[in-house]
Design a protein around this ligand. Structure first.
Ligand SMILES: Cc1cc2nc3c(=O)[nH]c(=O)nc-3n(C[C@H](O)[C@H](O)[C@H](O)COP(=O)(O)OP(=O)(O)OC[C@H]3O[C@@H](n4cnc5c(N)ncnc54)[C@H](O)[C@@H]3O)c2cc1C
Length: 324
């Protein structure tokens, strides 16, 4: 089993019943169901596995007990390969609505046509936006504790954020690094799983730096310090660190949606109804990129929404063909 799905050569200009954009859990769920509905399907995605490439052990997907996220990606690939779903590793830049069909334009492999489109484009990691962040990217700054913690063995690190990812990151890093500063702008944690806060509090090498924000990341060739401001006292201090983990959440693909004429909700997620229909007839969306299911964003919900979106695409395409 492979981490990369079997890719297929498709000719630019070729027409499909459905093009699925993305290659995370939502896209895999949509691909499986589209293939089972015998829709002519093409999947175009950038990173096989999506956010799963950053996860460690997943233990909340029914039937796959304590599975490594990388093994989960392999199982997903194997399942869609069984149905011979063509996959292109590429980035979709534009979806043009020509009224009677969609033209999906990619960065590298040209354009493809489809009667319907399913978006499973997920979310992107949020940036801090402070001086030094760009400069030291890849030189001591990481956005994924799960992926990069082993690189900071016996070093001093700072984790920035107050959600589950930051807490999970601090816990993982505490077993590699000599010291972990957990820098959070509040003195309470909004993590969905309170157990993380309790676990991290018990780690002797984790120091909580609360009510504080990072103003700057400094260094020479690599990161050396973070400059932190206490929001209550105004005190500014510099912490000596070798690594900075920015775990401050994710941004939805608002610009992508808007530039393709697709409505978003007030938080910028793609607006969908219970059948995963977007504001554009023939375009469906699933997974973390959507406003669905009160924002409950997990692998199991993304896959399920992908299946629902494929069902809607099937109904849409069949009805459209029936009218011809
Ligand atoms: C560190 C970490 C740990 C996690 N642990 C768990 C866990 O234990 N259990 C759990 O249920 N969930 C977990 N999650 C959440 C889970 O991974 C997500 O809910 C899930 O991956 C969402 O799937 P998705 O397909 O909607 O989006 P994503 O996984 O974000 O995938 C989106 C895909 O779309 C592609 N894409 C985006 N734009 C384009 C474009 N324009 N053209 C082509 N491709 C594009 C991306 O490259 C990517 O392949 C974790 C997440 C993280 C970050």
């Amino acid at each position: 089993m492979s981490l990369l799905p079997r890719t297929t050569s498709v000719k630019p200009g070729e027409k499909f019943d459905v093009i699925i954009v993305g290659l995370g859990p939502a896209a895999y769920g949509a691909a499986l169901y589209s293939a089972r509905y015998m829709l002519k399907t093409l999947v175009i995605g950038e990173t096989p596995g999506g956010q799963l490439t950053e996860a460690g052990i997943v233990d909340d997907y029914l039937g796959l007990i304590e599975i490594q996220a990388s093994d989960m990606i392999k199982v997903f690939n194997k399942h869609i390969e069984k149905y011979e779903v063509p996959v292109l590793l590429d980035i979709v830049e534009k979806i043009e609505n020509r009224g009677d069909e969609f033209v999906v334009k990619t960065k590298r492999k040209g354009e493809f046509k489809a009667d319907s489109v399913i978006l499973g484009i997920g979310v992107k990691r949020r940036k801090l936006g402070v001086p030094g962040e760009q400069e030291f990217a890849g030189r001591g700054i990481s956005y994924c504790s799960v992926c990069d913690a082993p690189l900071f063995k016996n070093r001093v690190v700072a984790v920035i954020g107050g959600g589950d990812s930051a807490l999970e990151g601090a816990e993982i890093l505490s077993s590699y690094s000599t010291k972990v500063y957990l820098i959070h702008r509040r003195d309470t944690f909004k993590g969905q799983q309170p157990i993380y806060v309790e676990t991290v509090k018990k780690k002797p090498n984790v120091e909580f730096v609360l009510n504080s924000v990072v103003k700057e990341i400094k260094g020479d060739k690599v990161v050396k310090q973070v400059v932190v401001e206490n929001l209550k006292t105004g005190e500014i201090k510099e912490l000596n660190v070798n690594g900075v983990f920015i775990e401050i959440g994710f941004d939805p693909p608002t610009d992508f949606a808007k530039s393709n004429g697709i409505e978003t909700d007030t938080n910028g997620y793609i607006k969908v109804d219970e059948w995963m229909r977007t504001s554009v007839p023939g375009v469906f969306a699933a997974g973390d990129c959507t406003s669905a299911w009160l924002g409950f964003r997990q692998v199991i919900t993304a896959v399920a929404q992908g299946a629902v979106a494929a069902t809607s695409a099937y109904r849409y395409v069949t009805e459209k063909k029936g009218k011809k």
